[in-house]
Design a binder for this molecule. Structure first.
Ligand SMILES: NC(=O)C1=CN([C@@H]2O[C@H](COP(=O)(O)OP(=O)(O)OC[C@H]3O[C@@H](n4cnc5c(N)ncnc54)[C@H](OP(=O)(O)O)[C@@H]3O)[C@@H](O)[C@H]2O)C=CC1
Ligand SMILES: O=C1O[C@H](COP(=O)(O)O)[C@@H](O)[C@H](O)[C@H]1O
Length: 509
């Protein structure tokens, strides 16, 4: 099977009949994610000449649309990093010629056979590789996979399926989903996407650690005092309340995005960069986690308020959310990896909607310098003198290290300063969206950034008992005002583990 890059190279007419064709079928093409992320990512890959020569894009959904309607939808809703580039319009015109639409039901074998006929027309008897992107609610994943797989055996190339989260709501439903999908697909055809793994700084985490001798030896309980994984959004669940109320912030962000980052952060050195070697190490971390207790977690929910004639809605003001909903829109948790490397180190995870800022970061707080010669220069608060390594995942990607430095001049005054790698300044080019990287990886069969079923099982095994307890005991979330820094309970949780949240220490902390 030629790689995408090989198939980008020119071919002579003799070899043309052995060429591969590629198709991406976006199932749920009329939906929010397809418009916001998937079509823009496919177009960006096309614009950058990263897609194979013979590729076709199909949209599939129940909504009645023509090919032209889909094209109009794509060009009208397209906002991506490319859209201000030169010759974007020409490229768009070329791109749209490769986009087609088929309307059908998600459980209709007949409708998928019709799609198959249209795909075959484009494939023109060549080796046909098909990627299906399931951008649909999870209750119809299995129907679609069943119908799409009927035609898979009649194609000569590979068939792969990208599955969007949520992969179930707990161990049981996730296990059931995996079993059902595996009736029709093998594990290596399933690409479970966690788009945080496709973010530049998350990929860079392993590079930073494993290719820099100044960091790798420090990566353990001997030097690291706490690790903080923080996700905050400055908007609420507007427009997605119905979905969100069934899941909550722990399932929406913590059990997947933050836990995946934790596993990557804490894993042992993999044998190689091969997908299976990396995923083997991640799964070991997930299986080594100490079971989560209720007292390790605090939950919150945002409330509305009005200020100066402006009002913001609370979570339960959303008409699709029950007035008495206890679903958390904020959670903070202390997790521990029970192994020799991380014994006793708290991994503090925090995720919240409707907070004061939109940010995602990884913060590594180091221990105090033993017998610090300069301790009297820091007054009584030695915490202010600890080094901290921050990977700002978004916005404005950056890696910075907080160090202590002498303020120039006479006398001895120390200042906490940053060694700062600000990506925009160092690399003045746009960073591809996570969906671009992940789509390209799926086309190339690179599984490193996708979730394997045993990783998923381990992630749910960790969170399911906690989620059940929160729900059975009807734990009432602490209310916090929309646009605030979240519930104070999060500070008590950190204090219990003798640390402070690094993101609330100052203006540009
Ligand atoms: N939106 C986002 O930001 C994110 C979404 N996701 C996940 O991606 C997937 C798609 O998300 P999103 O685009 O927001 O979803 P939508 O609710 O927009 O659904 C996508 C499409 O599926 C069809 N659909 C919707 N509800 C039903 C239903 N009950 N039964 C059958 N078909 C239905 C609709 O198409 P039609 O009626 O034309 O058939 C709709 O356009 C979901 O699994 C979601 O959890 C993950 C991360 C972020
Ligand atoms: O998976 C999800 O992620 C988004 C946040 O993604 P980002 O790339 O914009 O940071 C979040 O809003 C959504 O609730 C969740 O389902």
């Amino acid at each position: 099977m030629p790689s995408v890059k090989e198939s980008l190279s020119p071919v002579n007419s003799e070899s043309e009949k052995f060429e591969s064709t590629y198709s991406i079928t976006v199932v749920g093409a009329s939906g929010d994610l397809a418009k916001k992320k998937i079509f823009p990512a496919i177009f960006a890959l096309f614009y950058e000449d990263c897609l194979p020569k013979n590729f076709t894009v199909f949209g599939y959904a129940r909504t009645k649309m023509t090919d032209e309607d889909l094209r109009t939808m794509i060009s009208k809703t397209l906002t991506c990093r490319i859209d201000k580039r030169e010759n974007c319009e020409d490229k768009m015109t070329q791109f749209l010629k490769r986009c087609f639409y088929h309307s059908g039901q998600y459980n209709s074998e007949e409708n998928f056979r019709e799609l198959d006929i249209k795909l075959k027309e484009k494939e023109a008897g060549k080796l046909a590789n098909r990627l299906f992107y399931l951008s649909i609610p999870p209750n119809i994943f299995v129907d679609v996979v069943r119908c799409a797989s009927i035609t898979a055996s009649s194609t000569s190339g590979w068939t792969r399926v990208i599955v969007e989260k949520p992969f179930g709501r707990d161990s049981e439903s996730s296990g059931e989903l995996t079993r059902c999908l595996k009736q029709y697909l093998s594990e290596d055809q399933i690409f479970r996407i966690d788009h945080y793994l496709g973010k530049e700084l998350v990929e860079n985490l392993s590079v930073l650690r494993f290719s820099n001798l100044v960091f790798e030896p420090l990566w353990s309980r001997n030097y690291i005092r706490s690790v903080q994984l923080i996700f905050s959004e400055d908007f609420g669940t507007e427009g997605r309340g119905g979905y969100f109320d069934h899941y909550g912030i722990i399932r929406d962000i913590m059990q997947n995005h933050l836990l995946q980052i934790l596993a990557l952060f804490a894993m042992e050195t993999p044998v190689s960069l091969d997908a299976e070697d990396i995923r083997n190490e991640k799964v070991k971390v997930l299986r080594s986690m100490r079971p989560l207790q209720l007292e390790d977690v605090i939950v919150g929910q945002y409330k509305g308020h009005s200020k100066g004639g402006k009002s913001v809605p609370g979570y339960t003001d959303d008409p699709t959310v029950p007035k008495d909903s206890l679903t958390p829109t904020f959670a903070a948790a202390a997790l521990f990896v029970n192994n020799a490397r991380w014994d006793g180190v708290p991994f503090l995870l925090k995720a919240g909607k409707a907070l004061h800022t939109k940010r995602a970061e990884i913060r590594v707080q180091f221990r105090h310098v033993p017998g610090n010669l300069y301790k009297r220069n820091f007054g009584t608060d030695l915490d202010k003198a600890t080094n901290e390594l921050v990977l700002r995942v978004q916005p404005d990607e950056a890696i910075y290290l907080k160090i202590n430095n002498k303020v120039p001049g006479l006398g001895m005054r120390l200042d906490r300063s940053d060694l700062n790698l600000f990506f925009k300044a160092r690399y003045p080019r746009e960073i591809p969206d996570a969906y671009e990287r992940l789509l390209l990886d799926a086309i190339e069969g690179e599984r490193r950034l996708f979730i394997r079923s045993d990783e998923l099982d381990a992630a749910w095994a960790l969170f399911t008992p906690l989620l059940k307890e929160l729900e059975e005991k009807k734990i009432v979330p602490e209310l916090y005002p929309y646009g605030s820094r979240g519930p104070v309970g999060a500070h008590y949780l950190a204090a219990k583990h003798n640390v402070r949240w690094g993101d609330v220490g100052g203006e540009e902390s």
